[in-house]
Write a protein that binds this ligand. Structure first.
Ligand code: KG4
Ligand code: ZN
Length: 336
């Protein structure tokens, strides 16, 4: 079954076609980062309008790349939430319109379920069950994943998300948005051990996180040192964040007696985090899986994939649609 995926929850329009037999056939992305840059953050109304402009041209491009036409599409998946209401509505209404016109099923997908399952688009793919570290701009969670739709929250951030901490630290250091890649690049030129920043909740005994204090520590440091040692500060911050994420992931594996770790979401692209986890995996004999690098951040492929699994299981609608700007992943149930 060939499924068209449409992601429009925030500032990226992602379109993809996933074939349940042949895998990912094509995907394309349009990022609005440059458009929002002059405002210092995402402007929801501008985001919605841009999704309207980009979605259909991107769909044509993806279909052409896959050597397909709309008539070859057998199902349509869209991001139903969480995200910006207006932006979500663009993807949802396009998906439903196309679904009616083509007479194929449509399905709304949870954005985080897309991230969570995206490492299964890589080869080798993780089998269930596994522990997932979900680290994006809006979320930081550890989950136990027993199967599609069978997600148990083990711990999460009590304040800022990991990606948010990268973004805010980047802002303090005068770097652009998104902060993750900028911090990571600057840190390579820095002395990691010049400053020591706190590792919040490292020894809290549970699987929760907190990043607000780390951000405040960076603020204090920047006030004291100015931006002269920005690279050293970036390196110290990155190490502190990565150490906490890695340590809690190991705890989650241990507490659940599991040997498979999956890392998903934008911060999963971080090189130091990957190096750390790979080294621990070799030492402690567990496996760690990542999505392909271009599928770490928001994309249509993960939506097409998660949607395909749900359509195959009969979870579809036609004609009516809704969006859920706030939506807890733990509310999902298994499709079969
Ligand atoms: O998953 P994502 O694309 O969007 C959300 O659903 O939030 O994640 C975006 C987040 C941003 O906060 C960005 O700074 C962070 O992922 N990010 C990174 C890296 N690449 C993206 N953080 C650390 N290192 C990176 N290389
Ligand atoms: Zn995301």
């Amino acid at each position: 079954m060939r499924v068209l995926g449409i992601e429009s929850s925030c500032d990226e329009t992602g379109i993809a076609v996933y074939d349940t037999e042949r895998g990912l056939l094509a995907h394309a992305l349009h990022s609005q980062i440059a458009m929002h840059a002059e405002y210092g953050g995402v402007v929801p109304e501008l985001a919605s309008r841009d999704h309207i402009r980009r979605a259909l041209p991107l769909t044509r491009k993806v279909l052409a790349e896959a050597g397909l036409t709309l008539a070859d599409i057998e199902g349509i998946a869209y991001t139903q939430g969480p995200g910006l209401a207006g932006a979500l509505l663009v993807g949802a209404s396009i998906a439903s319109g196309l679904g009616l016109a083509l007479n194929v099923p449509t399905v709304g997908v949870h954005h985080l379920e897309g991230h969570l399952l995206s490492p299964r688009l890589a080869d080798p793919r993780p089998e269930f069950p596994f522990i997932a570290l979900l680290v994006s701009g809006g979320h930081t969670q550890l989950m136990r994943v027993d199967g599609v739709g069978r997600y148990h929250l083990l711990g999460e951030t009590l304040d800022d998300a990991a990606g948010e901490a990268f973004d805010k630290t980047a802002q303090l250091l005068g770097l652009g948005y998104p902060g993750g890649p900028a911090i990571s690049k600057l840190a390579e030129a820095g002395d990691t051990y010049r400053y020591k920043l706190p590792r919040p909740m490292l020894n809290s005994g549970d699987l929760d996180f907190s990043f607000a204090g780390l951000k405040t520590a960076v603020l204090t440091l920047v006030k004291r040192e100015g931006r002269d040692h920005a690279a050293d500060i970036a390196a110290a911050f990155q190490l502190a964040a990565v150490e906490v994420l890695a340590a809690k992931s190991l705890d989650a594996l241990k507490q659940n007696g599991m040997k498979r770790l999956v890392v998903a979401g934008g911060v999963g692209a971080n090189k130091l985090l990957r190096e750390r986890l790979d080294a621990e995996a070799a030492r402690r004999r567990f496996q760690v899986f990542y999505p392909p690098l271009d599928l770490c951040t928001d994309n249509g492929a993960m939506i097409a994939y998660a949607g395909a699994l749900r359509i195959q299981a009969g979870r579809t609608g036609k004609g009516q649609f809704s969006v859920r700007p706030r939506w807890d992943l733990a509310e999902l149930t298994a499709p079969a």
